[in-house]
Design a protein around this ligand. Sequence first.
Ligand code: NAP
Length: 324
Amino acid sequence: MSKAAIIRRFGGPEVISVEEVTLEKPGARQVVLRHQASAIHLADPLMREGLYYYKPELPAVLGIEGAGIIEELGPGVNDFKVGETVSYRFSLGSYSEKRVIDTHHLQKLPNEIDARVSVAIGTRGLTAQYLLRQLYPLKPEDIVLIHAAAGGMGGILTQWAKHLGVIVIGTVGSKEKVKVAELNGCDYVINYNQDNFSDVVLDITNNKGVPVVYDSVGLSAYKNNLKVLAPRGWFINYGHSSGFLPSIDAMELNSKSLVFTKASLKDFNSTQEENNRMITEVNEMIIGGFIKANITHEYNLEEIGKAHEDISNRKTNGTVILTF
Ligand SMILES: NC(=O)c1ccc[n+]([C@@H]2O[C@H](COP(=O)([O-])OP(=O)(O)OC[C@H]3O[C@@H](n4cnc5c(N)ncnc54)[C@H](OP(=O)(O)O)[C@@H]3O)[C@@H](O)[C@H]2O)c1
């Protein structure tokens, strides 16, 4: 048996039910994994509501990223051992004490990285890798704009960007989050709920604008993002926390020869080789101490509804995880 957070219909946090479920025996190339930690992403409440691009079949155990210890091997598993610590991403069911999972999802964790750090950085680290190291060729003298710089994704992006030697302007949504963004390494922090961020960015850059914006906020930042970009600037959107972007106007991009992309991790780690290369680089960044997990909120399974409310209501900063 295992406890799991299940939904039987889409809706608010009240649709989550924590229940004892029967655990199947692991089949061929499967293992039983005892979770030590699960990621909680901003996407999870959207999935619960049925509003995420991936709509799970119901009933579903939520959570798509976990880490823990292998307890039992199914037939034909030769590359993993009982007792090993592993992590995985993009497999529904991480809001559970134990689960059965196909081994092709699993990666062994280096000794230096524990389950909590793994889920706190995991997908976000891979996203930061492609955003900073593959999509736009950052130069040390660049001044970049990173939105929601006190959040999970923004915090990791900021730390990694600083490691690459660039100057970071970060935005945050409240006074309390200013300090968090500074601790992440931001050189300048703007509270975009208090000040018009485009005015401040243009002020900081002597009206030159920035060569790249890393935007996870979407709708509410859209117009000002276009204003703060320098000619030939890159508008990189990788999320839409405040709402979907409007249709992109080609002539608006043409006014400064801007490049727009709405980027998604799945298009950068679709082969095993790409995925492994990116994971290796993220692990090196963690082990080298260049990016820290900054876990600020830990919830248990019974509190998962509250965790969803807190993250959706912007009450959290840093990284939010579920521990067992
Ligand atoms: N494309 C990809 O490959 C990829 C991969 C991973 C994650 N993502 C995206 O990255 C973003 C960040 O994910 P995360 O899990 O690390 O979350 P997070 O950054 O910890 O939380 C989201 C932050 O967005 C800001 N925000 C602005 N407007 C908001 C609104 N109307 N409602 C809620 N939040 C708002 C809030 O910070 P302030 O209060 O400071 O504004 C909030 O803390 C998400 O949009 C996610 O979908 C994309």
